[in-house]
Ligand binder design. Structure first.
Ligand SMILES: [Zn+2]
Length: 201
């Protein structure tokens, strides 16, 4: 079992002050969260550096990812080292994720830049049901969305400052391996620690 923060922005997102070094240091020093996904807005520019900095530490793992801005709302793709080709539509992002063996996730559906109920029309792999930057009420709505769509719910901090990294995380039945973690998300072998739920919901 591993604990992972599936939603983190670096300085390459322009609205975040987190450096790749900050993420690696946080994982190295954290007692139990040892996995972090990089989900910068529309870019993977921070990836190479972060993975390189993490390489000397065998007990931490960086999941490559991106948060794509579509006209309908934000979509997180976990497990990709490439950016999908434009134009970015909901369907094209979901298809892209599938084609590269990545996971497509509805980001903070009921917050600004969220897809809201429109997400119900598409075949996403998961919904972000606990987002560190969202209000408890909108997280609760996201939880209902995942339940209605019968797809798993993930949690992520959506960190834009260092102190937020790994403040929200998902429990995953997998070892420290990207493929295994992605597979477990798709299978729903994930849960959100009750401690986080009671704090945020
Ligand atoms: Zn975000």
């Amino acid at each position: 079992m591993i604990l992972a923060d599936f939603h983190i922005h670096t300085i390459y997102s322009n609205d975040s002050t987190i450096t790749p070094k900050n993420i690696v240091e946080c994982l190295v020093n954290h007692n139990f969260v040892k996995v972090a996904a990089l989900t910068d807005h529309d870019t993977i520019r921070g990836l190479k550096e972060t993975i390189k900095l993490a390489a000397p530490y065998p007990d931490i793992l960086i999941i490559p990812g991106v948060e794509i801005s579509t006209a309908q709302g934000d979509i997180i793709v976990l497990g990709t080292t490439e950016i999908p080709k434009k134009p970015w539509t909901v369907d094209s992002i979901i298809d892209f994720a599938r084609s590269v063996g990545a996971v497509s996730i509805v980001a903070h559906p009921y917050r600004e830049y969220g897809m809201g109920d429109l997400a119900r029309k598409y075949k996403f792999d998961a919904v972000e049901v606990l987002n560190g930057e969202s209000l408890p009420t909108t997280n609760k709505m996201a939880k209902k969305l995942a339940k209605d769509m019968k797809i798993p719910g993930i949690a992520g901090s959506d960190a834009h400052t260092t102190s937020e990294i790994c403040s929200i995380y998902t429990e995953v039945k997998a070892s420290l391996d990207i493929e295994e973690i992605l597979k477990s998300i798709k299978k729903g072998l994930i849960s959100i620690p009750p401690k986080l739920n009671s704090n945020r919901n």
